[in-house]
Design a binder for this molecule. Sequence first.
Ligand code: EPZ
Length: 418
Amino acid sequence: MDKFLIRGGNVLNGTVKISGAKNAALPLLAAMILAETPITLTNVPHLKDVNTLIKLIAGLGITMKYEGDTVTADTSTLDNYFAPYELVKTMRASILVLGPLLARYGEAKVSLPGGCAIGSRPVDQHLKALEALGAEIEVEAGYVLAKVDGRLKGGEVVFDMVTVGGTENILMAAVLAEGTTTIRNAAREPEITDLANLLNKMGAKISGIDTDTLIVEGVESLRGCEYAVVADRIETGSYLAAAAITGGKIKTTHTDPNLMEAVLEKFEEMGAEVTRGEDWIELDMQGKRPKAVSFRTLPHPEFPTDMQAQIMAVNVLGRGFATISETIFENRFMHVPELCRMGANIQVEGNDATVTGVEKLQGAPVMATDLRASFSLVIAALAAEGETVVDRIYHIDRGYEDVEAKLQSLGADIQRIH
Ligand code: EPZ
């Protein structure tokens, strides 16, 4: 099992190119199932989760080609509607093939994704929404068996809570339904906008994009096109956090400041100088020690849960103290005990964590538990005294392309040890 060996103390400086967003690439890949003619995605990040979903879609019989950052799909060879547990259990977002398969072929057998470290992560909202469009859904032996006679029917969908995956699944089902669908309490994450933009480029009729109410006028069929995956706002914020904790100055390119205003405002509250460009963001900590910042995670456009662990890591060495509330997932503080092993002072009460900034951290052997927690441990290790070994970094490879190369290019002393 790979590990990272990190020697702390280097100040990060330089420029890093941001990759396409994992959380956009996954729904966009699922949407390829809807295209009657060959469809191409560019700016696709090289990640384990992307490879897993490409393998799953190829398992449907769809002809997939993956060269460089470009994926092409030809759905004319599709010959089954089955998404097996072996693949779905390693990548929960596989549930996103359910909506497109139902919409286009009227049938799907998709394994229920297991829970994961950060929470039980049920898909009840996905299933309820698809039933509202006329799908017949059974859950049997860990599989969702879904079918519809003829086409799905447009209707009214109201989500009980904001769900990114639920919104994506129902959006990909509604585009081919008969009639109009209204989706209320829809998620507004930039990755939803990216999916809606791709679907409209394929010939769908979606309005209300970027709002919490999406209106979808069903069409007969969707055609292929070429589309670039939106930049990864979480990868961007993760590298900016690494610069902040080391007092450095970095520029992130091929990104978009408009995707992440709530996060950039927190960096400014820390005392960083943040400059925004058309497709770049520069953060200059000017050698200062960041001020600890409080926040609560909420659906977009508020502060994203996927940046919670990374900003907590910066707070650990911050001036003063901060309170962090995690309102999206029920168990997303697993990085806390690992940060405490390095000398952090963090008290957790349910979904609230209080971080009291300390003067220094000691490098120590720590263990990654989930994707964003693994990056938060790297951030702390970059500023800790001495050596840190981060174990189970297969988690980080799920969501960060070329992570050690990008960090090394910014001056970090990090090696992958097998
Ligand atoms: C997406 O997960 C992201 N993953 C997550 O990123 C992100 O943390 C999350 O949205 C919230 O922004 C991808 O896009 C692939 P949800 P998703 O449905 O869609 C509950 C990362 O680190 N819920 O918005 O699974 C759920 O349990 C990952 O890149 C139900 O109860 O998240 C959670 O508490 C982690 N029933 C809350 O809603 C449902 O049917 C939000 O979940 C669906 C969700």
